[in-house]
Design a protein around this ligand. Structure first.
Ligand SMILES: [Zn+2]
Length: 408
């Protein structure tokens, strides 16, 4: 049996997902398409609008409402997809996620085991992850502090702690294709800026400008562009860290910052982006590092990485800055805290590469991505160096230094 190909459409409410689906129905020609729409509210407005379009009998519309595909309705998504795939009547399945859905758990649903030991992957082929953004509101949404998108008003418990910018990043990082919808309503300059910001988040996705969801269906269906393993490597910060790691090895671990302009060798440079990794082998004084993250960083679009505080010597801090979002959490423990006898061979290999006395694998490793003409690598490096403990501080009892970071 041929696996049914699947495209997942993500994007905030108002970005144009429904318009895009209507466009697909109108232009799909002979293909028979099944559509799953998800609205977290009880009344499925999207479903109504799409339902009006579906008059032909070979189409099928499944409405999943009063919950969200990436969490509360994951079981229903699984069941419906399985049913549609096994029916064998449809050439293609389109899934429209709610505006607050994260694409990664939706994609992961395809790996869940079924009763017979197989998974959805055996009967359905996740083909393309598409994210639609609203050109008119994109920049404002990215810099918003609020969780004020309309769908949030239903306050699904699982999404209560997610901000607009976190959701945007989740939806963009995981996409193969990003549609910048309503592009005709903004100036060329603003459109360039939007492309630059998107590229700062996702190094790989194809970016297409659209109006009224009018996109060539070849760009979003049967592209064969989704790959479970590769998906984790799309994010620009990840690419950048990998690339710098390679450089570090070539330099015999001296971690030279030669070149400096991170994305020069990739196509990202055409977007006017600079990316670099800040690295250091001393802990931060928490108060000084907090002050750094609270002060403006010119031209910054996104920053992400691992940090290390002198007051929490064993813990890896995970850090990100994007728009007004500042997020710090515990990522785990340094390998240095694991007794040697418990090291696995893989750990040993990694540890050998990363080990520097006297602190082992403890380190600062933070990626900065911003616009070429504004971001100042030398200044950021200088300011971060000033957050590191000095030689004399390293001889003090630094475990008691003031630490304004949240408990984790
Ligand atoms: Zn969800």
């Amino acid at each position: 049996m041929k696996k049914i190909p699947v495209t997942v459409l993500s994007g905030f409410l108002g970005s144009g997902k429904t318009t895009t689906i209507n466009h697909i129905i109108e232009t799909k020609r002979a293909q028979s398409v099944a559509i799953i729409v998800n609205d977290i509210a009880e009344v499925n407005i999207d479903g109504k609008q799409i339902g009006d379009k579906i008059l032909q009998t070979e189409e099928k519309l499944v409405e999943l409402q009063n919950g969200c595909l990436c969490c509360t309705l994951r079981g229903d998504l699984f069941d419906e997809t399985r049913k549609l795939a096994l029916e064998g009547k449809y050439d293609y399945l389109i899934i429209e996620a709610s505006g607050v859905s994260e694409p990664l758990p939706i994609a992961a649903t395809f790996t869940f085991p079924m009763d017979d030991g197989k998974s959805l992957k055996d009967i359905a082929q996740l083909d393309t992850m598409v994210t639609v953004v609203d050109a008119v509101n994109f920049i404002e949404q990215y810099h918003s502090n609020e969780m004020d998108i309309q769908e949030r008003k239903t306050r699904l418990h699982t999404h209560d702690h997610t901000s607009v910018v976190e959701l945007m990043i989740d939806q963009l990082e995981f996409a193969n294709v990003i549609l910048v919808n309503k592009s005709g309503l903004v100036s060329a300059e603003k459109l360039d800026k939007i492309h630059q910001m998107i590229r700062a988040i996702n190094a790989e996705a194809k970016i297409i400008d659209t109006n009224h969801g009018q996109v060539d269906l070849q760009e979003i269906m049967n592209t064969n562009s989704f790959d479970f393993e590769k998906a984790e490597e799309y994010p620009t910060w990840f690419k950048e860290m990998e690339r710098e790691d390679h450089k570090g090895q070539k330099d015999d671990g001296s971690h030279s910052h030669e070149g400096g302009h991170g994305l020069v060798h990739s196509h990202s440079h055409e977007f006017g982006l600079t990316a670099f990794v800040y690295r250091a082998r001393k802990p931060f004084a928490p108060k000084r590092f907090m002050d750094f993250t609270d002060s403006p960083i010119a031209g910054l679009i996104r920053s992400k990485g691992f940090f290390w505080l002198c007051t929490r010597m064993d813990e890896v801090g995970d850090f990100q800055l994007a728009g007004k979002l500042k997020d710090y959490r515990k990522a785990g423990k340094w390998y240095s805290t694991v007794p040697k006898e418990n090291w696995t061979p893989e750990m040993k290999a990694f540890i050998q590469e990363e080990w520097v006395e006297p602190f082992g694998d403890r380190r600062q490793e933070i990626v900065f991505i911003g616009s070429d003409d504004e971001i100042d690598q030398a200044d950021i490096t200088k300011r971060l160096d000033a957050c590191l403990l000095t030689e004399s501080e390293l001889n003090e009892d630094y475990s008691k230094f003031p630490d304004p970071f949240p408990r984790w």
